[in-house]
Design a protein around this ligand. Structure first.
Ligand code: SAM
Length: 197
């Protein structure tokens, strides 16, 4: 059973593995301490390349991700990760034009163990979702882990859900996983961009 004792992020990783192929380019829109970045890198990396473009609005988070990668990877592997200290609403400024982006992943909220006042907010999350919609390739995925236990979290979920609900059904399959008997558990939202028929 999918949820069982697994954390929401681990469930998201299981879905990513079904979508990501070796050699892909993917985006970590909220790299935080780098755990998701590392998981993505393992899924994309092979001899022919594979890239993770990872960003965070906090310098501390970029440093934390960088040090996790230093501890875990060789220099060649680390070259496959590009780190940017920017807001994810600006992702189009750093991703090379005409890139085929297989996934944009968001793990919303605040940095665990960090400054809890620096948090994703609905306005920029929505801008980042719109940017993701523009750059995602067919057969790609926008993945979100949305936390609802903190002030503003539920409103952010509503914005995410409204965005997913507005995407045309001819091009997108949008769904969510939510724990019915754990009302404060993080909610997973997946927006799959269909292949051309
Ligand atoms: N994925 C991370 C990991 O594996 O450790 C955890 C991410 S944490 C839950 C959320 C992150 O979003 C925080 O590090 C925070 O600084 C970042 N963040 C908040 N607002 C942001 C924004 N507008 N653009 C990019 N990152 C942002």
């Amino acid at each position: 059973y999918l949820f069982g004792k697994k954390k929401a992020t681990e469930v998201a990783h299981i879905v990513w593995e079904k979508v990501i192929k070796k050699g892909d380019m993917v985006i970590d829109a909220t790299c935080g301490n780098g755990n998701d970045t590392l998981a993505m890198l393992k899924m994309v990396m092979d001899d022919s390349g594979g890239y993770v473009y990872a960003m965070d609005i906090q310098k501390d988070a970029i440093e934390s991700t960088s040090s996790l990668l230093d501890q875990t990877l060789g220099s060649k592997e680390k070259d496959c990760v590009k780190l940017f200290n920017i807001c994810h609403s600006k992702m189009e400024e750093i991703v090379p034009q005409n890139s085929r982006v297989r996934m944009v992943a968001f793990n919303l909220g605040y940095l665990p163990g960090g400054n809890k006042s620096i948090i994703t907010v609905s306005d920029t999350t929505l801008l980042a979702l719109k940017a993701s919609e523009r750059i995602l390739m067919r057969g790609g995925l926008i993945s979100l882990v949305v936390y609802i236990g903190h002030p503003g979290g539920r409103e952010e979920l509503e914005v995410v859900e409204a965005f997913g609900s507005s995407l045309p059904v001819s091009d997108w399959v949008c769904c969510k996983f939510q724990m019915l008997n754990r009302p404060l558990a993080p909610v997973l939202v997946f927006m799959f961009k269909r292949e051309l028929k």
